[in-house]
Write a protein that binds this ligand. Structure first.
Ligand SMILES: Cc1cc2nc3c(=O)[nH]c(=O)nc-3n(C[C@H](O)[C@H](O)[C@H](O)COP(=O)(O)OP(=O)(O)OC[C@H]3O[C@@H](n4cnc5c(N)ncnc54)[C@H](O)[C@@H]3O)c2cc1C
Length: 384
C-alpha cells in the first residue's frame, strides 16, 4: 500500500492498516517532512505556552509499526498505476491513498508574504511569537485570506489566546480578526456565529465578516471592491495571516482534482474515480446536506484514514467491507482561563448536519489534550 502524505490522514491510515493486517502487508508512507505535529500546537507556541517541539513526533517512529517511511518530495502521481515519483524514484503499489493536505499560498494575495506572518506554517511560529511578545501597544490584525481553510475555529482561538497573553503583560495593543465569510463560523448557523462573535466582543476583540482583501501593504490591508476610500482599509502594526489554501499542484497535475478545486470523492467510501485509489483529509472537498463544504480538520482526516484502512484491509484479505465515513469530527476552541469549547458533530448527517457548539469548560480543554495524547501515543509510541 502506498500512502502519500504523513499528516493526520496518512499516519492514521498507516496505523490502522498495520493494526488490521500486521506484517501481512507492505506499507510505504511518503512525506517531505521529518516530523508530525498537530495544527493547534502552532497556536500554543505563538502565545508562549509550550514550544512546538513538545508536540512533535518523528515520522520515522512509524517503522516500529512496520511502515516504511520515505522522506522526499512527491513530484508526480500516476493514479491508474497506483504509483508516485518521489525525488526521481518511482514507487508502485497495489493501492494508493492520497493524503497530501492543503498547500498554503501567501503569494496568491499581493504583498501578503512580505507584510504578514503566516501563522498556519511552522516557519511562522517563531516570528509570530516574537512579534506578539514585543507588542506593547498598537494593533494586531488576524486575517483569514481565503475559504475554505483548515480548522475554522483556529483563528478565533488564536485571537483569544493572544488577547490573554497581551493582557497578562499589561499590553494595551488591540486585536481585530477578519474573515471573508459572512460570519465567524457559518457551519454553525447564525446562532452559533452569534455565540463566537459575542465571546470575541466580550474579550475586547474586534471582528469583521465578509472582508475580502485585494492586497497587503506595509501597515495596512487594502479591501477588495475597488474605489474604497483609504479610511475603509484596515491598519495594523502586526499582521498574522491564514493564507489562501489550495489543492497541491501535484494532485491537480495527476488529474485527481481540477485547477482551483479539490479532489472529488465518494464521501462515504472515500474512493476516487480510480480503482483502489482513495483520497482523504484536506486535499478533498466533501459537501454537506446544506450545500456547504465540510470543514477541513485533522479529526475528519483521522476518521477517514480509519475507514480507508478497513476497506483496504478487507480487500487485501479477499473480503468486502461496509466501513463508511459518517462525517464525525470535532475542532476545539480555547476560550482562555483554562477552558475550551468544542464544535462537534456528524457533519454528513441527512437531511441536515448534526453539529453542536458546546459551552466552554475545563473538561473540554482536557478533552483536547487527551485527543492529542491518545493519537501521538498510539501512532508513535512514546518516542520523542
Ligand atoms: C492552527 C491550527 C489549528 C488546528 N486545530 C485543529 C483542531 O483542533 N482539530 C482538528 O481536527 N484539526 C485542527 N487543525 C487542522 C488540521 O491540522 C488539518 O486539517 C489536518 O492536518 C489535515 O490532515 P491531512 O492529512 O489532510 O493533511 P496534513 O496533516 O496537512 O498532511 C499532509 C502532508 O502531506 C505532505 N505533503 C504535501 N505535499 C507533498 C509533496 N509534494 N511531497 C511530499 N509530501 C507532501 C505534507 O508535508 C504534510 O505532512 C488545525 C490546523 C491549524 C493550522
Amino acid at each position: 500500500m502506498l500512502i502519500l502524505g504523513g499528516g493526520f490522514g496518512g499516519v492514521s491510515t498507516a496505523h490502522h492498516l498495520h493494526r488490521l493486517l500486521g506484517a501481512e502487508v507492505d506499507i510505504t508512507l511518503v512525506d517531505r517532512r521529518t516530523h508530525f505535529v498537530m495544527g493547534f500546537r502552532k497556536t500554543m507556541a505563538v502565545v508562549g505556552r509550550e514550544p512546538l517541539e513538545t508536540g512533535m513526533r518523528p515520522l520515522e517512529a512509524l517503522a516500529s509499526q512496520g511502515v516504511r517511511v520515505v522522506r522526499g518530495t512527491i513530484e508526480s502521481i500516476d493514479a491508474a498505476a497506483h504509483a508516485a515519483v518521489v525525488d526521481g524514484q518511482r514507487i508502485e503499489a497495489d493501492a494508493l491513498v492520497v493524503a497530501l493536505g492543503a498547500d498554503l499560498v501567501p503569494g496568491a494575495i499581493p504583498g501578503l508574504a512580505e507584510n504578514a506572518i503566516n501563522v498556519y506554517s511552522t516557519d511562522g511560529v517563531g516570528p509570530a511569537a516574537d512579534a506578539l511578545a514585543s507588542l506593547q501597544s498598537g494593533s494586531l490584525l488576524i486575517g483569514i485570506f481565503g475559504a475554505p481553510y483548515k480548522c475554522p475555529p483556529a483563528p478565533y482561538e488564536l485571537a483569544i489566546l493572544c488577547k490573554d497573553a497581551l493582557n497578562a503583560r499589561g499590553s494595551s495593543a488591540s486585536i481585530t480578526v477578519f474573515t471573508p465569510q459572512p460570519g465567524s463560523l457559518p457551519v454553525l448557523g447564525q446562532a452559533g456565529c452569534d455565540v463566537i462573535e459575542g465571546r470575541l466582543a466580550g474579550q475586547g476583540i474586534g471582528f469583521r465578516a465578509s472582508t475580502k482583501i485585494e492586497r497587503v501593504e506595509a501597515g495596512r490591508v487594502v479591501l477588495a471592491g475597488g474605489g474604497l476610500p483609504l479610511e475603509d482599509d484596515i491598519a495594523f502594526d502586526v499582521l498574522f495571516a491564514v493564507p489562501p489554501h489550495r489543492c497541491p499542484p501535484v494532485v491537480v497535475d495527476a488529474g485527481l482534482a481540477q485547477q482551483g478545486g479539490w479532489v472529488k470523492i465518494n464521501p462515504r467510501t472515500l474512493e476516487t474515480n480510480h480503482e483502489d485509489v482513495y483520497a482523504i483529509g484536506d486535499v478533498t472537498a466533501v459537501m454537506m446536506a446544506t450545500g456547504q463544504p465540510m470543514p477541513k480538520a485533522g479529526a475528519f482526516a483521522d476518521n477517514e484514514g480509519r475507514v480507508v484502512a478497513e476497506r483496504l484491509a478487507a480487500k487485501f484479505q479477499g473480503k468486502t467491507s461496509d466501513a463508511q465515513f459518517d462525517g464525525t469530527g470535532a475542532c476545539f476552541l480555547e476560550t482562555g482561563s483554562g477552558e475550551a469549547m468544542v464544535v462537534r458533530g456528524t457533519f454528513l448527517a441527512e437531511p441536515a448536519p448534526d453539529i453542536e457548539l458546546t459551552p466552554p469548560s475545563k473538561e473540554h480543554l482536557e478533552e483536547k489534550s487527551v485527543f492529542e495524547r491518545e493519537r501521538l501515543d498510539a501512532w508513535f509510541g512514546t518516542t520523542r
